[in-house]
Design a protein around this ligand. Structure first.
Ligand code: 0L1
Ligand code: MG
Length: 259
C-alpha cells in the first residue's frame, strides 16, 4: 500500500514550488487506481486547508486517441479548485508552472447536483450554461512522464483553467470547430465532437466517476469536459487564444520566466 499522505504532500509541494518530481511508479512500481484517487484527494485537501475551495471537476483522456495511447477504456477525472481559476483575458505568471501545456475544451456550469449513473437527458437538464474553455495542464512529474496511477494522483495534470463567456444551456456544443493559437500562430485545430463523440457524454462520465469517488457534482460548479485536440506546449509562449465559433473566444497571456 502506497504512503498516501507522504505522496500527497510531495505532489502538493511540487505544484506549489513549480518543481518536477520523479514519477511515483518509476522502476516498474504500481499504483492502483483506488490509491491514486486517494492521493489526489489528500493532495487537494492541502489546498483546501490553505483556503481554496472546490469549484468543479475536470475530465481527462476524453479522446479515443488518448485512451488508446494509455491503453485505457475509461476517462480519468480531477478536482478544480478556486486557486486554479484564471479570468478570461488575464495575465498569468510563467513561474507558476513547470512545463505547461494547453488544451482547447468545452466547459459547462451546473444548476443542480449531479451524481452517479445519469442519462444524457439528465445530464443536459443539469446544465446551467456552456462555454469555450482552455485547460492548462502541467504534470508535476519530470519530463511529463507518468503511468496511469501517477497522473490520477497528480490531479489528472490539471493546473489552471480559463472559461470564456457563459452561454445559455441550450447552446449546441456537440460539434464546434476549434482553432487554438499560441503566440498568434495556429497550434491546434479540431472539433468538440472529439470529446467522446459528443461532450455531453463526458458530463455523464463525470457524474459517474466523481460519484464513485464519493463526490457529488454541485450547482455552480464548472465541469471541464476534456480536450478537443492534443495539448500544445506553452513553456515559452506569451499569448494563447481559442476561437470556438458560436461558443466564442477565450484566452490569456503569460508574463515572466520559469522559476
Ligand atoms: O486533460 C487531459 O486530458 C489530460 C489528462 C492528463 C494526461 C496529460 O497530462 O496529458
Ligand atoms: Mg484537459
Amino acid at each position: 500500500m502506497a504512503d498516501i499522505a507522504a505522496i500527497a504532500a510531495r505532489l502538493d509541494d511540487a505544484a506549489r514550488q513549480a518543481r518536477a518530481i520523479p514519477q511515483i511508479t518509476g522502476e516498474g512500481g504500481e499504483l492502483p487506481l483506488a490509491e491514486a484517487y486517494a492521493i489526489q484527494r489528500a493532495a487537494i485537501d492541502h489546498r483546501l486547508a490553505r483556503g481554496a475551495t472546490l469549484v468543479g471537476v475536470k475530465m481527462g483522456f476524453t479522446s479515443e486517441a488518448k485512451m488508446a495511447q494509455m491503453g485505457l477504456k475509461d476517462q480519468i477525472w480531477g478536482r478544480l479548485t478556486s486557486d486554479m481559476v484564471v479570468t478570461n483575458g488575464a495575465t498569468i505568471n510563467r513561474a507558476r508552472f513547470i512545463h505547461p501545456r494547453v488544451e482547447p475544451e468545452v466547459a459547462v456550469r451546473l444548476k443542480v447536483p449531479l451524481s452517479g449513473e445519469v442519462s444524457r437527458e439528465e445530464a443536459f437538464a443539469a446544465v446551467d450554461a456552456v462555454a469555450a474553455a482552455l485547460e492548462i495542464i502541467d504534470s508535476r512529474y519530470e519530463n511529463f512522464r507518468f503511468a496511469l496511477g501517477d497522473v490520477v494522483a497528480d490531479n489528472a495534470s490539471s493546473s489552471a483553467f480559463v472559461v470564456g463567456p457563459w452561454l445559455s444551456a441550450d447552446t449546441d456544443m456537440s460539434d464546434v470547430a476549434m482553432v487554438m493559437r499560441v503566440d498568434e500562430a495556429v497550434a491546434e485545430t479540431g472539433t468538440s465532437a472529439a470529446i467522446l463523440g459528443d461532450p455531453v457524454r463526458s458530463l455523464v462520465a463525470a457524474a459517474r466517476l466523481a460519484g464513485s469517488g464519493g463526490l457529488i457534482l454541485q450547482p455552480g460548479w464548472t465541469v471541464m469536459l476534456g480536450g478537443a485536440t492534443a495539448a500544445a506546449a506553452i513553456g515559452s509562449a506569451r499569448t494563447v487564444s481559442l476561437d470556438a465559433g458560436h461558443l466564442g473566444r477565450v484566452g490569456f497571456t503569460i508574463e515572466g520566466d520559469a522559476a
